[in-house]
Every structure is written in C-alpha cells, then in structure tokens.
Design a protein around this ligand. Structure first.
Ligand code: SME
Length: 160
C-alpha cells in the first residue's frame, strides 16, 4: 500500500523526495500506462495548488489524453496548439504564469490559471507531454520545471 508522505525542506529538496517516490513507484515496471497513472496520482496528491496532473500521448498525428488526475479534459490536441502542443512541437518545457495570456491556450478546467508542460521525448521521438495545471497564477517556477523534468525523465527511463 502506498502512503503519501509530506514533502519537506526547500523546493529542490521536496522535488528530490518526490523523484525518489516516483522511482520507487515505477521500480521494475515498464508499462507506460501503469507508470503514467501512478505518477499522475503521486504528483496530484503531493503538490499543493494543482488541479490537474497527467499525460498526453502522441499517436503519430496529435496528442491524445492519457492517465491523469483532475476533471475530465479535452481528448485530442493538435501539435502546436495550446500549451501542450507548444511543448510537444518545440521540445521545450512551457512554464506559463497566466494561461489567459497564452495565445491558443486550450481551457479544460476553467479554474486553471497557470500551467507547466514538460515534453516527453525518447531520443528524437516524441512520446507525449506531462501536464500540470494550477488554479493559482504563476504557481510554477524554474524549480518546479526542473523538478518535473527530472520526474518526466524517470518515467522515460522506466520505459527502457
Ligand atoms: N491547457 C492545455 C490543455 C490540456 S488541459 O490543461 C488538461 C493546453 O493549452 O494545451
């Protein structure tokens, strides 16, 4: 049984603890759906002020919603559209302080105010994105981005 433990210390220390929990959850498991489902739940229940946490997978044409926690979300996102599509097509994480100021933002939960999206690449192959939404403006900063990029890499490593 998994018991979520409270993260403590500085934000980088908290992300180090979260990364260790993520690695432990995925240990010995390569199934991407299973690991994405557990990671979504871990992130959603560990981080404050997060109203959506989950994955979109690239099906060869567009992004399709995968395992997540939060309200039901839009199912398909074309590359280059929205924050998720921007992360996927640019290959760079998108840390958006105010989603209403992001051209083409796709609102799924109307409560969302800021967003962090990390692209998932296996080498040069696009796998999908890891997406976090917050009801607070500017919820995510560079430390959150680095922390989530490390967790995303752990998920990618588990596929191998
Ligand atoms: N806001 C995202 C869409 C996905 S939801 O936030 C879950 C976007 O603009 O790509």
């Amino acid at each position: 049984m998994f018991t979520s433990s409270t993260l403590s210390g500085s934000k980088p220390e908290q992300y180090a603890q979260l990364l260790a929990q993520a690695r432990a959850l995925m240990h010995g498991e390569r199934d991407r759906i299973a690991n994405a489902a557990n990671l979504s739940a871990l992130i959603y229940h560990s981080l404050a002020e997060v109203n959506w946490a989950g994955f979109y997978f690239f099906d060869g044409k567009e992004l399709v919603v995968g395992p997540f926690q939060g309200l039901p979300a839009c199912i398909r996102i074309p590359l280059g559209k929205g924050v998720c599509g921007a992360a996927a097509s640019s290959g760079h994480s998108q840390c958006i302080d105010d989603v209403d100021a992001f051209p083409g933002h796709i609102p799924c939960d109307s409560a969302s105010r800021s967003e962090l999206v990390v692209p998932l690449f296996d080498g040069s192959t696009l796998i999908g994105v890891l997406d976090l939404d917050s009801p607070s403006l500017a919820r995510f900063d560079a430390e959150d981005q680095a922390g989530m990029e490390a967790i995303a890499q752990a998920w990618l490593d588990a596929l191998q």
